[in-house]
Write a protein that binds this ligand. Structure first.
Ligand code: CU
Length: 151
């Protein structure tokens, strides 16, 4: 009985310790009229209860000409998602609807706009190979980066 209690206490303590150890929980990116994100690599923790994705479009061009979003997928899925995003078209804001390869995505915005979304950290696995990119047609060749996921 005592041993069980001790184990339960240790498990609770361990969980609390992990929650404290959770690192960065925000993916904050700026996109511009030159089709660039301001960062090439971002580290987040899978231990975050929620991860916030923030995007600021610092340019002036309209969403139809220079729309940006942030899509997160496993790196091997990125090219396929970008291709299907083009097919999904403006009606779907260049995100293939109901696509399981899309782990998270923000709205598509134009110059001067900001957007934000959240998703649970448990949708990511520490050590897996993830990328963030913009799924506007043609943008993912330049607008992409590595999403490093820690515990
Ligand atoms: Cu873009």
């Amino acid at each position: 009985m005592n041993a069980t209690r001790t184990l339960a206490a240790l498990a609770l303590f361990g969980m609390a310790g992990m929650a404290h150890a959770a690192g960065n929980c925000t993916i904050s990116l700026k996109g511009d009229d030159a089709m660039k994100f301001d960062q090439k690599e971002i580290t987040v923790s899978a231990g975050c209860p929620t991860i916030t994705v923030e995007l600021t479009h610092t340019g002036k061009l309209p969403v139809t000409a220079m729309g940006h979003n942030v899509v997160i997928s496993k790196t091997p899925d990125m090219a396929g998602v970008a291709r299907d995003a083009m097919k999904a078209g403006t009606a779907n804001a260049y995100v293939p609807p109901g696509d399981a390869r899309v782990i998270a995505h923000t709205d598509l915005i134009g110059g001067g706009a900001k957007t934000k979304m959240t998703f649970p950290g448990k949708k990511l696995t520490a050590g897996e190979d993830y990328s963030f990119f913009c799924s506007f047609p043609g943008h993912s060749t330049l607008m992409k980066g590595k999403l490093v996921v820690t515990k």
